[in-house]
Design a protein around this ligand. Structure first.
Ligand code: SAM
Length: 245
């Protein structure tokens, strides 16, 4: 018997406009089993109950596809992927995409690498062990990705400084946020403008678990000025677009 309720996952995905075929559902089941197994050895997530995995990890990750149309073959980076969220569910649902799962914690990426291999996603996904602020100043990564996705990593202002430099001009940065998104948006508005972004949409989504999600869609409309991203200490000390203390 499957560990997670695949019928429920399929229905939730459908409500988000995502069609999951049998291969994808089998991969979601396999990923759930791997997550729980590895979590007993390394700390990947506090959510390990089957319903939590369906809603708070899998369906929650797929909300990105309800907010933006992602063309066939597009490339994305998942900033602060942790145990692979949202990047691995996005790749399971859409194996035509190409994803880089970035995180500064090596041991979490060992799990993500293992999952990429086991799920047969080796031609479409890879991990990158680096801080986002370091990736954003590398020529081979800066301004390269059609999409950047991120969940539960930093407030929207700091996250914009991580993600917008890596996003192509014409591309989209998608921040998966919870109920308090508006406060974060207000605080991030000026920074987003400075970094070359423009808020295009905030999509409010309620899954059947009733938790409110807000998917913030930010278009990259002009190049990020070369002095961004700054080093992490500077980002913490001088929040972008905020009056100096
Ligand atoms: N995105 C995953 C999720 O939603 O389950 C993981 C969230 S976890 C709370 C935050 C992750 O972001 C951690 O794995 C941490 O190592 C990573 N992280 C935080 N700041 C980062 C940075 N500046 N560069 C790269 N990774 C970062």
């Amino acid at each position: 018997m499957a560990m997670i309720d695949l019928k429920l996952l399929k229905e939730e995905a459908e409500r988000l406009g995502v069609e999951l075929d049998e291969a994808a559902l089998n991969n979601f089941e396999a990923f759930a089993e791997m997550l729980v197994d590895w979590n007993s050895r390394i700390n990947l997530t506090a959510i390990t109950d089957p319903m939590g995995i369906v809603y708070k990890h899998f369906a929650d990750s797929l909300t990105a596809f309800a907010a933006v149309d992602v063309p066939q073959g597009a490339g994305f980076i998942d900033i602060g992927t942790g145990g692979g969220f949202p990047g691995i569910p996005l790749l399971i649902a859409r194996p035509d995409l190409h994803g880089v799962m970035l995180d500064s914690t090596k041991k979490k990426l060992m799990f993500v690498d293992y999952a990429i291999n086991k799920l047969g996603l080796i031609d479409h996904g890879r991990t990158l062990h680096m801080r986002a602020e370091e990736a954003g100043i590398k020529v081979q990564l800066r301004n390269r990705f059609d999409f950047s996705f991120s969940r539960a990593v930093a407030n929207l202002r700091d996250l914009s400084e991580y993600c917008l430099p890596l996003t192509k001009v014409g591309g989209t940065f998608v921040a998966l946020k919870g109920a308090k998104a508006q406060e974060e948006i207000d605080e991030a508005k000026e920074a987003i403008k400075i970094l070359g972004g423009e808020i295009a949409d905030v999509k409010q989504i309620f899954l059947s678990d009733m938790g409110e999600r807000n998917i913030v869609v930010i278009k990259k409309v002009s190049p990020t000025p070369p002095k961004y991203p700054r080093a992490s200490a500077k980002i913490a000390k001088e929040p972008l677009g905020m009056p100096k203390k």
